[in-house]
Design a protein around this ligand. Structure first.
Ligand code: PLP
Length: 428
């Protein structure tokens, strides 16, 4: 679809064409495992990547492909691959780049589960991560060594209130010749397009704002198509004969689509972290209203953050949309339509008051999720960031006196009233 179309048009139309079999206006849910080949020659061409088509739904499926195309269009990418979860998307992003002994330089302000995944679990593959404060640009560059294969951060970083200077990080990635991977979950493509700031790969948890209603677990990797995988000799899976795919050199054969095709032909084929067509359908439905929801999320978050900041029961509010935030000045450049709807606030009374607050809310849901139409609340230190050390919790912005909220699209007065009554109980 034309790149000149606006975001609101693309979110409804990209990847959606009338179904060739029935003329169905909406993308049908192709609930099928396999696709019949026209003949033996057709089958052989599909397996050789000489012709693009559908073989088996672990690899590709028309409903899932429509979603990949839509998110690629919204992010300004060349291609995309859908996965079973946001965490699957992160592994799928790293998989073609890494070998045993390789590392990724990652921001220390990340979703708690990502700190676990990169800090501990990927070691089982022989990979590792070095966590660095991404405001310390010298430290980021110094952390890169000859075995580094990627730089990883979030645009608006979990648990909220932090905006990464993507331009500055991309400049370093460019200088050292490595791909920059940006988790754009908390911003959504409506608020931020990391590829415009120099990102190579963008990962999403579709579980959050993209679907927007808390019904799906899914993930997506978008490739800019712009990285030269052949330049450094560091990416043999993409730019040398790949033994996992009968010696095909993906970059030589497919150019800007090398990452996307490798992710399908090898990544999904062998790791199997595939999105199902039902999940893709719900996410497609959600994305149709992404811009409308994000506008309301941002407007509500701003109102709630402003109210909290003035309240005497609160010690601090870390929302980049507030002029008091040290990251406020980055909004105009990185996410000009708003700083998202995820932030934390510190409650006078510390850990105990936070727990009481969580137990006293009525409208807010106490869940380990974000980006739902409903307002959500969690005490990160006792839940999502529980397995981190106290130092890691504080570095990640999830100290014991801090509550994280994901502000929904309800009436802002009702959201504020609920926090007001719960704070009264928590600080009584
Ligand atoms: C939720 C989330 C993830 C993980 O996504 P899942 O779909 O839960 O696997 C990764 N990064 C961020 C920023 C998230 O919010």
């Amino acid at each position: 679809m034309s790149e000149t179309l606006g975001f609101d048009t693309l979110q409804v139309h990209a990847g959606n064409r009338p179904d060739p079999a029935t003329g169905a206006r909406q993308v049908p849910i192709y609930q099928t495992t396999a696709f019949v080949f026209r003949d033996a020659d057709h089958a052989a061409k599909l397996f050789n990547l000489q012709e693009v088509g559908y073989i088996y739904s672990r690899l590709t499926n028309p409903t899932v492909s429509a979603l990949a195309e839509r998110v690629a269009a919204l992010e300004g990418g060349a291609g995309a691959v859908c996965c079973s979860s946001g965490h699957a998307a992160q592994i799928m992003a790293l998989f073609p780049l890494m070998q045993p002994g390789c590392n990724v330089v990652a921001a220390n302000k990340l979703y708690g589960g990502t700190i676990q995944q990169l800090g501990n679990t990927i070691r089982k593959f022989g990979w590792s991560a070095k966590f660095v404060d991404f405001d310390d640009l010298k430290a980021v560059e110094a952390a890169v060594d000859e075995n580094t294969r990627a730089i990883f951060c979030e645009s608006i970083a979990n648990p909220g209130g932090y905006i990464t200077d993507l331009d500055a990080i991309a400049k370093i990635a460019n200088k050292v010749g490595l791909p920059l991977i940006v988790d754009n979950t908390s911003a959504s493509p409506y608020l931020c397009n990391p590829i415009k700031h120099g990102a190579t790969l963008v990962v999403h948890s579709a579980t959050k704002y993209l679907t927007g209603n808390g019904t799906v677990t899914g993930g997506i990797v978008v490739d800019s198509g712009k990285f030269d995988w052949s330049a450094s000799g560091k990416f043999p899976s993409l730019a040398a004969p790949e033994p996992a795919y009968h010696g095909l050199n993906f970059h030589a054969a497919l150019g800007g689509m090398a990452f996307t095709f490798h992710s399908i032909a090898v990544g999904l084929r062998d790791l199997g972290m595939t999105m199902n067509p039902q999940g893709a359908h719900y996410t497609l439905m959600g994305i149709e209203t992404l811009s409308l929801r994000m506008e309301r999320h941002v407007a509500n978050a701003k109102k709630v953050a402003e109210w909290l900041e003035k309240d005497s029961r609160i010690d601090a509010v870390t929302y980049a949309g507030l002029p008091s935030s040290p990251y406020h000045s980055r909004i105009a450049r990185i996410c000009p339509k708003g700083a998202g709807a995820l932030f934390t606030f510190a409650v006078k009374g510390g850990y105990d008051a936070c727990v009481k607050l969580i137990d006293s809310v009525k409208l807010f849901s106490h869940v380990a999720n974000l980006g739902d139409a409903r307002s959500l609340i969690i005490h990160s230190a006792s839940t999502t960031h529980r397995q981190l050390s106290p130092e890691q919790q504080i570095a990640a912005g999830a100290g014991p006196n801090v509550v994280r909220v994901s502000i929904g699209i309800e009436d802002p007065a009702d959201i504020i009233a609920d926090l007001d009554q719960a704070l009264a109980k928590a600080t009584a």
